[in-house]
Design a protein around this ligand. Sequence first.
Ligand SMILES: Cc1cc2nc3c(=O)[nH]c(=O)nc-3n(C[C@H](O)[C@H](O)[C@H](O)COP(=O)(O)OP(=O)(O)OC[C@H]3O[C@@H](n4cnc5c(N)ncnc54)[C@H](O)[C@@H]3O)c2cc1C
Length: 369
Amino acid sequence: MTAYDILVIGGGPAGMAAALGAKKAGAERVLLTERLDTLGGILNQCVHTGFGLIYYGEELTGVEYAARFKEEIKNSGVDVLTGTTVVHLREDGSALLSGPSCGLLAVRAKAVILASGCRERPIGALSVSGTRPSGIFSAGMAQKMINLGGYDIGNQFVILGSGDVGMIMARQLTQMGKNVLAVIEKEAVCGGLARNKIQCLDAYRIPLKTRCTVSRIHGIGRISGVTVRDLENGREHFLACDTLITSVGLIPERELSEEASNGGALPEWLFLCGNACYVHDLVDDVTVEAFQTGRQAAAFAQSGFARFARGEEVENLKKYGGSGIFCIACPKACPLTKTKDGYSGALCGRKDPIPSGSEPQGFSRDIAT
Ligand SMILES: Cc1cc2nc3c(=O)[nH]c(=O)nc-3n(C[C@H](O)[C@H](O)[C@H](O)COP(=O)(O)OP(=O)(O)OC[C@H]3O[C@@H](n4cnc5c(N)ncnc54)[C@H](O)[C@@H]3O)c2cc1C
């Protein structure tokens, strides 16, 4: 049994920030484990910009954002095991790791941080009738196949669900010269961030069909089309396509915490952060919360009591996050200040930084604590 102060499960942005937070708060032996061959999590497949506006005050791609943290981890003294999956987390706090570099390794840590991210809801979880041909992908899988695998996955796309990942893929596919016929959303409003609707759908004139759903899938071998149902009047029409992308929700990945709590309350040595805790829209929020989780876990490992310890990441938020309200007129998303006459602070100096009829994008966070 190898002993550590802190074991971090998952090497995405949450796991990396939590490991750094724990180390900075004085934990001596910190082990960061990641089941893939590299740290970075979902960010490694995000080649679009929109990361780091609040935390760094810069607009980075997901890959660039992850690279900054990988560099910090390298110089931090945190032990890293990539290609290593935590397969068990027991009630007594011991964990079993498995991977080619460590074989089967038993670890006991004084505190464990679960930062295992989330998974996508699959098409099988929806009540959609018809066949199950090839050409149906979840948005994250499509993103991975295109950006990391270099695959050409189709030409005529329908996107079911207006979550952020689906809208980001709609934009990327259009930029690649593909035809995105429609984004189909069952609710009356778009499911993702307003900024993504403006930048990804409206800017590329991709139709968003609200109060509609896909009720049937057609095709033998490869998908040939979908039936779209209008939920207001029940009318249906056929839409020919060769690829269906689903963006219908993310589910926190926390089976290990269920094993550790064995049907009871979460053990006091177990901390959750990032998308494993709840699904976050912005990586900047993931980072700040995970730093604090790392500090709390370090305090618990030292004293058996999880104190809240505020760190420099909160200062970053104050510096770049400002009021926590951002202009959504263009991808720069400048921080805004509320004045008695409206809002000011957009870099382009427009009189009205908010497109008329829309609200500024606000992020709910208490940066004073
Ligand atoms: C397509 C997409 C686009 C996005 N766009 C933006 C954007 O423009 N701007 C923005 O700010 N945010 C964006 N986000 C949100 C942000 O990227 C996520 O909220 C963030 O990546 C979540 O971080 P995480 O560390 O919790 O999870 P992840 O990044 O998913 O990392 C979890 C890691 O844990 C590992 N893991 C899981 N189980 C185990 C185990 N048992 N053992 C070992 N390792 C394990 C996984 O392999 C994974 O690497 C986007 C997200 C997605 C999916």
